[in-house]
Design a protein around this ligand. Sequence first.
Ligand code: NAP
Length: 266
Amino acid sequence: MHQNQSLQGRVALVTGASAGIGMAIAVELASRGAGLVLNARRESRLDELAQRISDQHGMINGKPRAVCVPGDASDDDTINAMLEAAQEHFGKPADLIVANAGRGLNGSVMTSDTAQWEEMLRTNLLGVAKLMRRSGEQLLKLNEGRDWTKHPSDMVVLGSTVGRHISPFSSMYGATKFGVNSLAEAARRELGPKGIRVTLIEPGIVKSEFQGVAGYDPESFGQLMEKFAPVLMPEDVARTIGFIVAQPAGVHVCDVVIRPTRQDYP
Ligand SMILES: NC(=O)c1ccc[n+]([C@@H]2O[C@H](COP(=O)([O-])OP(=O)(O)OC[C@H]3O[C@@H](n4cnc5c(N)ncnc54)[C@H](OP(=O)(O)O)[C@@H]3O)[C@@H](O)[C@H]2O)c1
């Protein structure tokens, strides 16, 4: 158990929880006492994680600490099912939303595989916007009937350093993360005054399944990883998010760039 049980009573929803950063975030939030709604497309991975979380961090009111909603995070029905699962399983809406599901793509506008553009844009940008909209509606309603200063609520969005600085190697992917960057800041300005924290996390290189999915050349990317070694691990990002969402409701660490110390650019 985490020393600080500051997320006790809260319900977190994490997309892209079957691997990498999302999986580490789910474990971190559970260790701080939250209940979890887990989403990704690979159901068996989610089931294993949910079991591990309940085994390690205990049940909540006699029910498993984590419930799974497999499916595409950009799909309307899946988004609705995730929000409903929180209410049904924990008896209250999710108040800690982590829009993490995403994928990279090697190459630029001129060199990346155009057949993968639509899926990437849908997952990285449209899916995040839809989740922000639907969960935002719920969080606003939730805050109408309560004193928000006593009840923190969060949306955490995974951007990237390439959503802030242009990468010549993955500029098409970077364009989706520039979009996420502006979405998160716009939502922060809109929802912050209503007591909802919208936080943008922009990691540099993190070792995960990301590099394989993006199709980076293992040799040249391996050299880059070596140059910046040690690169970040998913737990480094998760720990940072755990710290942020556990702050009192009136405190918002809103934008975090987290890089391997030796990563100079992007
Ligand atoms: N790794 C890095 O260097 C890095 C740096 C900066 C930002 N990020 C961002 O961090 C986030 C997590 O990346 P990661 O490094 O953890 O990558 P990862 O290890 O490849 O994990 C990606 C996760 O997203 C899920 N996912 C992908 N498409 C999905 C969809 N349409 N619907 C639902 N789930 C989906 C995957 O699960 P399924 O395949 O089972 O659906 C997986 O759980 C992404 O938004 C990524 O852009 C990563």
